[in-house]
Ligand binder design. Sequence first.
Ligand code: ARG
Ligand code: ZN
Length: 848
Amino acid sequence: TPIRLADYLPPSHLVDGVSLTFRLDPGRTRVLSEIRFRPNPARTGRPDLRLDGEGLALVSAALDGAPLAAKPDATGLTLPGASLPDAPFTFTAEVEIDPAANTELEGLYMSNGMYCTQCEAEGFRKITFYPDRPDVMAPFRVRIESDLPVLLSNGNEVASGPGWAEWHDPWPKPSYLFALVAGDLVAHSAGFTTASGRTVALNIWVRPGDEARCAYAMDSLIRSMKWDEEVYGREYDLDTFNIVAVDDFNMGAMENKGLNIFNSKYVLALPETATDDDFARIEAVIAHEYFHNWTGNRITCRDWFQLCLKEGLTVFRDQQFSSDMRSAAVKRIEDVLTLRARQFREDDGPLAHPVRPEEYIEINNFYTATVYEKGAELIGMLKRLVGDEAYARALDLYFERHDGQAATIEDWLTVFEEATGRDLAQFKLWYSEAGTPRLKVSDRFEDGRYTLEFEQVNPPTPGQPVKQPKVIPVAVGLLNPNGDEVLPTTVLEMTQPRQSFTFEGLGARPVPSILRGFSAPVVLERETSSEERAFLLAHDTDPFNKWEAGRALAKDVLARMVTEGAQPGPDWLEALARVAVDETLDPAFRALALRLPGEDDMAQTLHAAGHVPDPGRIHAARERMAGALAERLESELGALIEALAEPGPFSPEARAAGRRALRLAALGLVTRRDGGARAEAAFRAANNMTEEVGALACLLEIGRGQEELGLFETRWAGDRLVMDKWFALQILHAAPEETAATVERLTAHPAFDWKNPNRFRSVVGALSANHAGFHHASGAGYRLLADWLIRLDPLNPQTAARMSTAFETRARYDADRQGMMLAELDRILATPGLSRDLGEMAGRMRRA
Ligand code: ARG
Ligand code: ZN
């Protein structure tokens, strides 16, 4: 039965303090709890106290010292209101849990002999009985007893001795931010002094041998701390900030107060083992988790429907940080690529849901691109609408007013309304209505007056057949036919279904640059000629729209190649060739411009245009497109590759990374002409993982690289994170008809540890990321995915559910493929003992 936002009730009791003692043992850990409750004055009557608890063996419980004969049910324990004092009281309990048998990686579990926790969203109830809901906030004291050398929890360490340590977190927090780590760990340490003079000990804890791989993460942390002080006026608030890297982790990382826990792939990096993308991701995830200390921890969410309150805002903040550290233009393009690939795709299918959902069965299924990435876009739109200065004032008010609280989207919007005097009722629809608005544009020019006419269409999504018009900030610029800008970026505020905007006094019909910087998460629909796209690619002053023009041109070309068997015309080839060699442009931008539209993206676009996408044809057309580009650029590529060589030691910075990206894009094209000679040489000469793996990918793309795969495996067999790349690469670059067989071969490899989420994702995730391979007409990709989901589900339902989203695009394809996908969903749904997680996902995808 679903949980509904409309059913929210404040907690029956508040918690004034919690003390926990952990006697750690792999199979039999004892957890002793002492919880000081107080009736919530916001509730009347004598409501029952519900304590959540799952999989706990209750040893004993007491109320104010008097033993309680409590009988837990499958999901917790109810203390009847009539039996509770109408005044503060203390509940104590002792439970036993089995971390070694915890394969779900939620609650307290073990990874390589180390104890660690993951409590968001509802993992704390697998540790002890507690009101496991974010609107119950309390200070925690934690005592850990174990012979392991490093014992960590939230807050500051207050005492320790041989075999024990005690931690105190003075900041009231919800249980989802609880964390505990115990293990044989070593620290890479540094210090930070906050703006007001507090000295903070910073530690990144890793397994012995990994300590040399923490420098970049530490540098990113220090830069994040400084940035949050300078840009948001937010200081750190404890004496210690600990980060722990864990190999077995269901997601990216977790912002537990003072004790962030990370998937080791977002911490560990050396130039030899991590790519430029890995470095950028580490910087972003470190920043994201650190920024949660204010947007998430000091101000948390009232309930899980408000998840975007912390996630949308924190993603927006980490995106701002990365733009400041790197190139804002390149960052924006990359973020939009991700948004379209993941969120637009989600919004277009059976899993579409509002940024603030109104019901769920399993909350873990709502840590989605919509909540995170679209949630971040809403913050960006708000900032664009009110302006930077008002945004800063509203944020100051938010921190001042809601510090220490569990807040809602209403609280967030009210702060903006008060700071700006604006009515945000219509803006709020962005939070409650799912789906990606379509923005149709037409224009006319008469007597020096140029008019842009917009129409917004808000297509239906599951459960929301009819939608209202949204507020859409449309950033527009106008260019003269000679390429000069006649109207610099101006934000038009669209609020009606149809709306026109007129610009006077123009000497000639201008070329419009619409939705600059991707000012709203909408699909722009405007008939545009290739000449105009090429013109904007050459002249637009807005870097996002300059790139977007090239991308739109490429998609038009590719669409015609797929549907009409056309050849790529000279317009596109010449326009792109000019960008490729234009040395006034940032190499990273040129690399992005050379990247062809993805096959999944093309399938989505073709489907939206009324076609039934054929994955095999899309793949073949894209190959021909790459071949034509390689041919056109053949005489330039060699020089480009030479000129972009980076002499000297490796730098992970954006400038050097951008040059490597362009160099590898050129190498990929050259490889289609020289049979792989240059890529083989580049692979052997590489002194960093970006080039090593990049050159290998070029070879695999043309069906070569077998020898290099062997060399790579020998060199990196002992490195889990690098071997994840080895697994993924072979599948991502397999030919469509060989993808399933490649997966079968690799899942039989002795190093395929399917219980490790990173390894599972690098194989099974790569299968669904290979569009033509996954959707191969044989149906083998679908069967294989379903087989693995069914196998993983009883052990790790969260990861199984997440990976099932490969089936969300079913409706795009032909009847045969749809039938095969449906059959796999039915097979999943018929599996005895199916988890709530996978059951909800498969059910939602089945119904639509
Ligand atoms: N709050 C974490 C973050 O965004 C992610 C937690 C994901 N939890 C989950 N159950 N999927 O940094
Ligand atoms: Zn987050």
